[in-house]
Design a protein around this ligand. Sequence first.
Ligand code: ZN
Length: 145
Amino acid sequence: MSDTFDSLYEEIIRDHYKNPQHKRPLDSIPFVQNPSCGDKVRVSISLGPDGKITETAFDGSGCSISMSSADVLAELLEGKTLAEAKEMVHLFLAVLRGERDVAELDKLGDAMAFKGVARLPVRLKCAALSWRAALEQLEKLTEEA
Ligand code: ZN
């Protein structure tokens, strides 16, 4: 990976961390925690009558990787169906587990900025946290649908 790409990715991550578009106070949803870094995050997903996600929001505190990853996730899921959203979350988590090539992150909007993080074992849990939280909510919504 070239330095140009590295700094582009860093810029995307920094922007989502400093100016999150989808962060707001949530309640009645349990936090998912990452004890190794102290990150905690919860994700709220709202479905419209057409079965597409109308709003995704997150709440929490933690390092720049965990918080920016949550904002990227929220942005990505809006407008998707439950099935599409779950497929994207599974793909992101599979890349972090090393089961899929990092190039697949190109399909996931700003999540491509986490290509570098996918090579840093200590930050994987930070990046995965909100996606795991989202998956729990998506499974719940699927059961209710
Ligand atoms: Zn972290």
